[in-house]
Each structure stands twice: as structure tokens, then as C-alpha cells.
Ligand binder design. Sequence first.
Ligand SMILES: Nc1ncnc2c1ncn2[C@@H]1O[C@H](COP(=O)(O)OP(=O)(O)O)[C@@H](O)[C@H]1O
Ligand SMILES: [Mg+2]
Length: 420
Amino acid sequence: MNWHVRDFHPEDLEAAIRLDAASTMTAQQPLFDASDVVTSLQERHPAVVAVVHGAVVGVAVSRVDADRAWVLRLSLDPAWRGKGLGSTLLNELEHRLLARGVRRITAILPDGETGSTAFVNSGFIQRSGIAHFDKHETMSPRSAAVLTRLGGSVPPAGQWQQIAGMVREKTLIERRIVLPLSLPEQAAEHGVVPPQAIVLFGPPGTGKTTFARAIASRLGWPFVELFPSRLAVNGGGLAAGLSEAFGQLQELDNVVAFIDEVEEVASHRGAGSAAATAVVNELLKCLVQFRDRAGRLLVCATNSIRDLDSAFLRHGRFDYVLPIGPPDDQALDGLWRRYIADADIDIAALVSATGGYTPADVAHAARAVAQATFERSVDTGVRCQATTADYLHTVTMTRPTLTIEQVSDFDTEISAFART
Ligand SMILES: Nc1ncnc2c1ncn2[C@@H]1O[C@H](COP(=O)(O)OP(=O)(O)O)[C@@H](O)[C@H]1O
Ligand SMILES: [Mg+2]
């Protein structure tokens, strides 16, 4: 064949990039993207090109790591496929790698990609049954350092899907909060300004913290919880601590910041004392600054919204004030199913027996049944199975965390404070 194979020269870079784009035969992303290929070429890892009449028609690029090498790319001009050019390039590359002390050469290609045959013809063994795991760090090292300093992290994907039931709350949050934050340009076309601060209120244990984290997980944004009790410890008091923490948050491009039990910081009961007023004012100031930049959401949660300073809840400060109540029937169903795999248990009966239970109550009852069944197995030497009756019995013994008064107070609060 009338091609000429030689070492890659820096002047070939442009032709190599052009060929890389023209060569691919699949819509699949390659394992190493074009920038990895360029980096290897610039760092002078072994690479060879095939030239016909002065034009580059094939490129093989490697990356060496001690005695191991990766073939990052085998690109072929479409007109020169199926002529043995790929195998020639691989053989030439292999000689250079062996000369560098390489003992093992690996390549990972999308199914059916250019060059697959060349690898087989050059003696590479194709391994099947390999799963390819990939993770892209979206954060700059600087943001990652800030996040670590603030004790935050990016919650794993899937937490939103793991919230059982609560369809009304989920739909509301999905539409009013997640959509505009994740599609800011489309929102802007409609004159929609994405929310930047929200309050979640409701009785204890109903899922406020869970929702806040799940929003971050859903958006793929870092989650940072600010603990007022810890902020105050760093000298200078709580107001100074808040100011410093919010200053650090400014360094993150995206963030869901969370303050739990915000009534401890912004309660009207403390309004008499100068120190408490200073803290509320500082928080309001931080909130104004926080709202200055897009791509961030402050979530404040409270069990007692009626204790919040009225200035704190004034319009314009929080975009939404959302109630998060005890689980609905669908949520209870999902919660019970988390603990019960046995298809013989009558989940519907448990759901109707546990109206008003919080998720924590369900967890507690399920654990009690599991423990009792385990003890019974040990005592009798026979593996026992819990029955629906066991569950119902335990439920009658488990007092729900929420009292009737709390639930009815919550209903009153919804009409007085909710802004959806
Ligand atoms: N809808 C839900 N689905 C599954 N688990 C839930 C749900 N709501 C709450 N939980 C669980 O219940 C517990 C208490 O929830 P949490 O978010 O801490 O409540 P809150 O912040 O309102 O006091 C947590 O373990 C949480 O994982
Ligand atoms: Mg909480």
C-alpha cells in the first residue's frame, strides 16, 4: 500500500484533530475525549501517523504509564478503512511502546468503533463482560476546597426518587423550584426568575431535611448545611459567623445552602435582646447578598413557623413558604415497603393503621418487629417470619410522634403562612 507511517510531529496536530472528528463511526462517546488525545500528543507520548501524498490519513495515539500503555485513539480517514491501515498503525505504535519498556497495551472502544478489527488483527484480545464506570467531577479544585471547608458535599444522585409518596409536595417543588433552577434560560424567556430562597415548615420528622438534600441531589449541586450553633463558636458571635459562612458560599458557583431550625436564629421571641436582633438583621443582610447571584438556593426549615420574626418572612425575601406535612397514604405505602420485602404482609392494612405516623415512626415500628422476630428465631431455634398481625400489634403499641393538636396546628399554619 502506498502510505507512509512515521512518528507524529507537532505540525500534524491540526490534521490529527480533524481526522479524529471524521473517523468515528458511532454516536457513542469514546472513553478518552479529544482533549485527552491532544494532551497526550502535546506531552509527546508515542504516536504515529500514516501519510498519503502529504495528507494525514491515519493516527494512533498512546499514553504511557510505567510499563503499561493505553491506545487513546486509532483514527482512520473513512476512505482508507478496511485496507489494513489500522493494523499497520497499531504495529508501528506497538514497536515504539515496547522500546519504551511497555509490557501491556490496553484500548477501550465503543462497540463497532473504527479500528475494532485492527485491534483483533494485531493480536489484542477482546474482553467481554466488562462494565465501564465513569464519574465526572464538575467542580473546580477551588470550589471543592471551599466545599470541604464548609463541611458540604454533592449528595449522590437518586435521593429525590427515594422520597416515597408526597406527590403533592414533590410536584410543587419540582415545578416551582427545580425546573427554573435547572432551566434558567428557558425560564428567563418567560420572565420567570428562578427562586433563591425558600422556607419549608411542618411538624418534626416529616421530611424537611430530606427534601432539602434531595433538591440538591436532583439539581446535582453541592449541599451545605449551616449550623448556627457551630457558627457562633468561631469567635465573634453568631452574627459574625453567619456573615463569614455566607461569604464563603459566594465562592461556589452553585449551591443549596440549608439552615435547619431557623427559628432558633430568627425568632421573634428573642427580638427584645440586642444580640438576637443583630443576628436576625445579619441573616437578612446575608440573604440579600445571597440573592444577588443566580445558581444558588437557600432552604430554611422550621418546626414552628409561627415563632419566626415577621420581618424574616416578609415578601421578597423568600420566594416560597412550603408546608411539608406527615406522609400521605402513598408515602406510607412506600415507607412500609422499604422495610418489608415479604409479599404476604398486608401493606394496605398497615397504611390505614398508621395514618399520622411520621417516617421515623414507621422506621421505629418496623425495627421493633424485626427485632422481636429475630429474638423469637433465636429463642425457638426455628427461623420465624413476621406476620401482618405482628406488625399491627406493634403499631398499636407505638405512639405516633405527632399529636392530634400538632396536626391541627399545622393545618392552621398552612392557611396562615404557606406561600406556594
Ligand atoms: N417521604 C419520605 N420518604 C422516605 N423517607 C422519608 C420521607 N420523609 C422523611 N423520611 C425519613 O424520615 C426521617 C426524618 O426525616 P427528616 O427529613 O429528618 O425530617 P424533618 O427534617 O422534617 O424533621 C429521615 O430518616 C428521612 O430519611
Ligand atoms: Mg430536619
